[in-house]
Design a protein around this ligand. Structure first.
Ligand code: FAD
Ligand code: SF4
Length: 482
């Protein structure tokens, strides 16, 4: 009880700054990318105070039972730790690698809040589950009996795949349709391989196939089938298509060559690293090697672009962002990594146009003053008169965020309801849209978000679909194996 009171106080009190030197703090996140030794995992797991009010778990979107698997790890009971870890998360070793833990579980660890540095929860999660793969503990979740009902899932990102695994385990015939040639969504074509190795995604995709999930690659709903057609084929359809319409900049010179969209750049880089030959990479238009690169934007996608450009051998890499460091949406960890790797940040600067004849040679920018806060509490950026300057650039990458595509139109389902942001409107208890038997999950509902939230949504949607199908076909589904 005293413990709880103390924790409550710590949680509501002002966050104490971590007073350790920067190099020591950075050590924490360097671990995420390195292979943990048994001793290191054990040492970290042992640091968990088993506080009794697990804020880490509360702030984990899939409610991972973190204290339990830390305890089991510290006792060397790794297979049991794996069982607990995989019970709430379909892709735990992926989350261990790429969750922004500083904003989620680790940021709310009471040890972090008492200024001693969080237990490196993500690294331990990765360690437990990589070990499970190495030891052969990870098995396909084949159902104990078939239900004779099929579900169609549009989109093979984390939301679609998490739902697919859950539904297949319950006994549904699951068909996943994706317009890409590989399954995984942004796990395979957005997030760079230096953060998330592609083999880690591939083995999960294969595991679902081994459980009986049926993939339809190169299948674009809206081109190869309409939503009404899929609804006739399946008892329920889940839309998990993510958000792909890139925000653009309209300014003088924005049509010049070598001004590219972030996802085109990252997708190409990922394809090349997977062994594909991509013409735009070969001819240099989506290749940073030997170039002065300027990335526009301050989110995680921008950080992935600058760090990819460094790895491709760019001559210089600059990131232009209109707000300051503390107001940027990207993870501070990622900024620290980028700076260590040689990226130069130009804070409080906004692009006004581009120079060049046919191909870009520079970004014309202005300095920004952050004025009074608006209704959302964020300071309004104001242009400083006479502050124009030009940054040399022969490749400009626009990482200005993503919006949903016009799905009702693309899917030939004009009655499908969307919010004023264009995301799909769902009943948050069931994940069903306004159309009977059509569910939605992931970024297409939340807007651009996180992998772990997509997993959570996919799991919730699978529950919603199961309840819906049970109600529809009471007799066969009532005896379903869980
Ligand atoms: C560059 C980048 C880096 C990121 N880094 C991180 C990170 O480090 N950590 C983190 O937690 N999150 C990160 N995110 C966010 C994360 O990737 C997304 O929140 C998550 O992938 C959303 O999952 P989803 O399943 O909703 O959609 P997606 O992963 O986008 O998958 C949607 C799938 O639907 C398919 N699809 C779309 N339309 C159709 C159609 N009409 N027919 C058939 N298929 C279709 C697409 O091809 C795609 O495969 C990053 C995002 C980007 C862009
Ligand atoms: S899933 Fe993400 S938030 Fe949850 S414990 Fe793992 S790393 Fe932390």
């Amino acid at each position: 009880m005293a413990n709880q009171r103390m924790l409550g106080f710590v949680h509501t009190a002002q966050r104490m700054p971590d007073k350790r030197p920067a190099a020591e703090r950075r050590q924490d996140f360097a671990e995420i990318y390195a292979r943990f030794s048994d001793e290191r995992a054990n040492e970290q797991a042992n640091r968990c105070s088993q506080c009794g009010v697990p804020f880490c778990q509360v702030h984990c979107p899939v409610s991972n039972n973190i204290p339990d698997w830390l305890k089991l790890t510290s006792e060397g009971r790794l297979e049991e730790a794996y069982e607990v870890s995989q019970a709430t998360n379909n892709f735990p070793e992926i989350c261990g690698r790429i969750c922004p833990q500083d904003r989620l579980c680790e940021g709310n660890c009471v040890i972090e809040q008492s200024t001693h540095g969080a237990v490196t929860i993500g690294s331990v999660e990765k360690y437990i589950n990589d070990t499970a793969w190495d030891q052969g503990w990870v098995k396909p979740r084949t159902p104990s009996r078939e239900l004779g009902l099929s579900v169609g899932i549009i989109g093979a990102g984390p939301a679609g795949l998490a739902a697919a695994e859950e539904l297949r385990a319950k006994g549904y015939e699951v068909h996943v349709y994706d317009r890409y040639d590989r399954m995984g969504g942004l796990l395979v074509y957005g997030i760079p391989g230096f953060k998330l190795e592609k083999s880690v995604v591939e083995r999960r995709v294969q595991l679902l196939a081994d459980a009986g999930v049926i993939y339809h690659p190169n299948f674009e709903v809206g081109r190869d089938a309409s939503l009404p057609e899929l609804r006739r084929k399946h008892v329920a359809v889940l839309v998990a298509t993510g958000v792909y319409k890139a925000r653009d900049i309209k300014a003088p010179g924005s049509g010049l060559g070598n001004i590219v969209a972030a996802l085109d750049y990252l997708t190409t880089s990922n394809k090349v690293s997977l062994g594909d030959t991509v013409e735009a990479y070969e001819n240099g238009s989506l290749n940073a090697a030997g170039k002065h690169v300027v990335v526009l934007g301050g989110g995680d996608t921008a950080m992935d672009c600058v760090r990819t450009a460094i790895r491709q051998g760019a001559t210089s890499v600059k990131c232009l962002y209109r707000r300051d460091r503390k107001n940027m949406p990207g993870s501070q960890r990622e900024v620290a990594h980028a700076e260590e790797e040689g990226v130069e940040f130009i804070w409080q600067a906004a692009p006004e146009g581009f120079t060049g004849d046919s191909v870009v040679t520079g970004v014309r920018a202005v300095r920004i003053h952050l004025g009074v806060a608006d209704a959302t509490g964020r300071q309004t950026p104001q242009v400083i008169e006479g502050s124009e300057f030009t940054v040399q650039a022969d490749l400009v990458i626009k990482a200005l965020g993503f919006e949903p595509e016009d799905l009702p139109n693309a899917f030939d389902e004009p009655d499908l309801k969307v919010t004023r942001w264009g995301t799909l409107l769902v009943d948050h208890r069931t994940k069903m849209t306004n159309m009977d038997g059509v569910f939605a999950a992931g970024d297409i509902v939340r807007g651009a978000s996180l992998v772990v939230w997509a997993i959570r949504d996919g799991r919730d949607a699978a529950e919603g679909i199961h309840a819906y199908a049970k109600a529809k076909a009471e007799a066969p589904v009532a005896v379903a194996a869980e």
